[in-house]
Design a protein around this ligand. Structure first.
Ligand code: ADP
Ligand code: MG
Length: 491
């Protein structure tokens, strides 16, 4: 036989040998896989495993030897074996991709089965399994944490509303029903602009946009109507939720019904006012007595025809004094409705400084706007004007011979502004500083001692605060802090 002929004669043997090597190689791969592959076939009404390999089988505490040649009830608890037999039955029946999850010895796995057909009949079923223990643990942990948050969200009395970055509502807590008596579903998938009354919309929408832009929490108070027609005041805080790219994906709004609290505060404010009015009444009686006594004296002189023209000047001055006490008294007792609006701080300070400068030409007002050129305050404009006019007039009065008054506005943190008014006037002692804001506390001959009291009240109402630093003959520095967000607006 030629060498070529021999080669031909050996070919089937080599092919057989090659197939054997491939087979071994495949078994090796199957044995070393992380998962598990097994096969079974039905013999005498029993499902007998014909092959089993892979690391997973050892992890569940079995060996391929225990599996091969045996049926499910030989290797698993009876209940588990019966459950799996149902799936085996389906796959043996010819159904493709029958899947089941199994748990053996704390290891969780997913099995996918596929029937192998020969001559149109199922000859064997092959199953591939992967370990899903870690995945299940993670899923369970997430389920528990979600359940915990859901429990909180569904049981707190505050309302929780989640809005996506386009303004659509994606979640509404059930407490909405308790507070508004409206089903939460009514709001779900609605756009913010369709659910809010139009007069409130602008403010809330602006807050929404600010949160999106600055990626910082913002607060807003707005009102809405209860189903029974009554007005509710809702205090809201929106917090942005960012994704990994630091984009705001959604905003979680926690909304508190503060109607009762606001009403209580309103009541307390009124009580406070009544208390102040009581103090004032005593003060006013005292303050009015002096000019009235003086006027009475002059009137008696006039009656006796003993008059001089300067008496009229003195009387007129006394009347002016009475008038200024009464004006400020009226301001305090009036039931003023506060008109909050957004006001550009720089503009307001420029106009106030101009007015003060015109009234005190002997003094020089220097206004410096630092980094707050575009800053807006949510305030009652006329009241805030009154605060600064008053502080400037005190500064002017502290320097009877004229001088420079510096006004400076700057940011203080990201959510407030500070307005400083510095004079080089007579200054004040410690004792005097302590008494600032008391009604009728004045060291001026023609002073009413009501100006600072009103100033304190207005600033307090705007959720701000005021601080004085001063020493005798060293001048005075007044610092007014006002918040940039909208504090107690209950429009
Ligand atoms: P009035 O100006 O009518 O006296 P205020 O309530 O405005 O009443 O001020 C009370 C007192 O506080 C003043 O009488 C004065 O003694 C003191 N005061 C306020 N501002 C200043 C200032 N800038 N410099 C010195 N003293 C001041
Ligand atoms: Mg004053």
């Amino acid at each position: 036989m030629s060498s070529q002929g021999k080669a031909f004669a050996d070919a089937p043997a080599r092919a057989k040998q090659g197939a054997g090597e491939n087979h071994n190689c495949l078994r090796e791969v199957l044995r070393n896989q992380q998962g598990m592959t097994f096969t079974f076939r039905k013999q005498d009404e029993r499902f007998i495993h014909t092959f089993c390999a892979g690391e997973l089988i050892y992890r569940i505490g079995l060996t391929p030897e225990q599996v091969v040649g045996n049926e499910l009830c030989d290797i698993l608890p009876r209940k588990e074996a019966l459950r799996k037999t149902e799936h085996y039955e389906r796959a043996w029946g010819g159904e493709e991709n029958v899947t089941y999850e199994g748990v053996v010895n704390g290891v969780c796995y997913l099995a996918v089965m596929r029937p192998i057909f020969r001559d149109g009949r199922v000859k064997e079923v092959i199953a591939s399994c992967v370990d899903i223990t870690e995945l299940k643990k993670a899923e369970e942990a997430q389920r528990v944490s979600e359940a915990k948050y859901r429990l909180i969200a569904e049981n707190i009395s505050d309302m929780i509303v989640v809005i996506d970055c386009h303004g659509y509502v994606t979640y509404v807590s059930p407490s909405v029903h308790t507070v508004l008596e409206v089903s939460p579903e009514v709001f779900l998938h609605q756009h913010l602009q369709t659910i809010l009354p139009s007069e409130q919309l602008k403010r809330v929408w602006q807050t929404f946009q600010e949160i999106m832009e600055w990626k910082l929490p913002r607060a807003v108070t707005f009102s809405c109507q209860h189903r029974n027609g009554s007005k509710l005041i809702l205090e809201t805080k929106g917090t942005p939720v960012q994704n990994e790219q630091a984009e705001v994906e959604q905003i979680v709004f926690i909304i508190r019904n503060s109607t009762a609290q606001v009403q209580a505060e309103e009541f307390l404010r009124k009580m406070d006012k009544i208390d102040v009015v009581g103090q004032l009444a005593a003060g006013v009686a005292h303050e009015i007595r002096n000019p009235v006594t003086s006027i009475k004296g002059f009137v008696q002189l006039l009656r006796r025809d003993q008059w001089k023209s300067e008496y009229f000047d003195i009387m007129l001055a006394e009347f002016h004094q009475l008038e200024s006490i009464l004006r400020e008294f009226v301001f305090l007792t009036q039931q003023r409705s506060h008109q909050f609006e957004s006001q550009n701080l720089a503009q307001l300070l420029r106009s106030v400084t101009q007015v003060a400068q015109e009234e005190a030409p002997a003094h020089q007002m220097v206004l410096e706007i630092d980094d707050v050129e575009e800053t807006c305050l949510w305030c009652d404009q006329s009241q805030i004007r009154q605060v600064f006019i008053h502080l400037l007039s005190n500064a002017v009065e502290s320097m009877p011979d004229g001088g420079t008054i510096r006004i400076r506005a700057l940011r203080s943190g990201h959510d407030q502004v500070m307005i400083q008014i510095v004079d080089k006037g007579c200054g004040m002692s410690e004792e005097r500083l302590k008494r600032l804001g008391e009604p009728f506390y004045s060291t001026k001959e023609k002073g009413t001692g009501l100006g600072l009291m009103i100033t304190y009240k207005i600033i307090q109402y705007h959720d701000g605060y005021i601080h004085f630093s001063s020493a005798p003959n060293q001048g005075t520095k007044v610092e007014v802090y006002l918040p940039l967000n909208r504090p107690t607006d209950t429009a």
